[in-house]
Ligand binder design. Sequence first.
Ligand SMILES: Cc1cc2nc3c(=O)[nH]c(=O)nc-3n(C[C@H](O)[C@H](O)[C@H](O)COP(=O)(O)OP(=O)(O)OC[C@H]3O[C@@H](n4cnc5c(N)ncnc54)[C@H](O)[C@@H]3O)c2cc1C
Length: 460
Amino acid sequence: MSAPTAPADLVILGGGSGGYAAALRAAELGLSVVLIERDKVGGTCLHRGCIPTKALLHSGEVADNAREGEQFGVKTSLAGIDMDGVNAYKDGVISKLYKGLQGLIKSRAITYVEGEGRLVSPTAVAVGDTTYEGRHILLATGSYARSLPGIDIDGTKVITSDHALELDRVPTSAIILGGGVIGCEFASAWKSFGVDVTIVEALPHLVPLEDESSSKLLERAFRRRKIGFSLGSRVSGVQTTADGVRVELENSKSFEAELVLVAVGRGPVSQGLGYEEAGVAMDRGFVLVDEYCQTNVPTISAVGDLIPTLQLAHVGFGEGILVAERLAGLPVVPIDYAGVPRVTYSEPEVSSVGLTEAQAREKYGDAIEVLTYDLGGNGRSQILKTAGAVKLVRAADGPVVGVHMVGSRVGELIAEAQLIYNWEAVPDEVAQLIHPHPTQSEALGEAHLALAGKPLHSHS
Ligand SMILES: Cc1cc2nc3c(=O)[nH]c(=O)nc-3n(C[C@H](O)[C@H](O)[C@H](O)COP(=O)(O)OP(=O)(O)OC[C@H]3O[C@@H](n4cnc5c(N)ncnc54)[C@H](O)[C@@H]3O)c2cc1C
């Protein structure tokens, strides 16, 4: 072992959304920071998650536009999908953002260490022969794509999202195990590319964490797009065949396709990293923290997909910032996880913030009001030929406690909904705000007008 380096204020293990956000904010606040990453700074989100999937979905949207130009009076046709071209575009976006992020890390004088780190004490991480001591340690090692018992990922016919983002061809058909966010996004992008897609979901609905009405609207839209799905279906086995795969369900149905994408959730990367040995409390591999992302070991915090909170990049950013500010001695407020906006970037998109109707009923009993505004009444949505709705849930005579939207581009509307929820606005206050015409944001305005008892373009 080489001589230990001087202790830093903060040593961070993992340079994904959670880890690098903490590093940037801590450095900005004057703390000395060591950031340890075994692969590429930016982590899952930048290299294998948010960014590449959204690039793929955008290519899909362009393909749909080419295919459907006629309905807007434009003579277009889709000549085909060039996966090399799609991948070059996707990789170009990643590479630009990656360079930018590397530049930021450098400019904030963060000590960046490339290598596999391991927690060796409550105040130290070892990388090879070097030990990095820290007054405080942040664990941010993220997550990996989980599989189901008995399903072996071979990377060609049975794949995870990591492999799906590297495909050099458009498969003719695909089965997707899991109808959550990742499964629905791939289903949407692949269908746009012309793939025959079937989703298998064990729970009764697609995007099962969303309000049931949003799930139903997405299912209706997917049916229209001829994306197949089998709900309430548990997989009993996956076999590879000469030309592809066969997925068998417990209800004795089966599906065959060229490949199967396993998108059944993500597990924490925590095994063999010295966490238990340092005394960190864990549950099924997740590191347990309090509302300030502090573990039971006073010198160790944890953020991101490694802890059992929402597995979203912006949650990682928020948690990383919270830890940095707490360690720098700034006053911090715990995150209200219900107030975190959630988006599924399929076509159509699904977005939400706050409580679902079912959760609101659990919390407030029948003292809630629910209003659904159909996008059929929204000019811009009609121009885009998208269907869907804005659904509001409010505590009776109180603030809006849930906003749920389905339709093309409604992911962009969630930023306003987030303010409404987090500032505990009542419908009358939002109804006072004039929304630009014709935009889809008007649907949010109209829904609040209706809930405030003065509907404009909707029936009372
Ligand atoms: C296909 C897909 C699409 C997604 N789309 C979205 C989206 O649209 N919006 C959204 O908000 N979220 C999305 N997510 C989720 C998002 O990517 C994660 O929530 C986010 O990346 C979590 O950040 P993290 O820092 O906790 O972990 P990660 O990003 O996984 O980063 C952890 C880092 O730690 C490093 N590491 C692990 N172990 C070690 C070690 N021993 N030594 C050194 N380094 C180590 C890893 O190499 C990695 O870079 C998506 C995820 C996937 C898989």
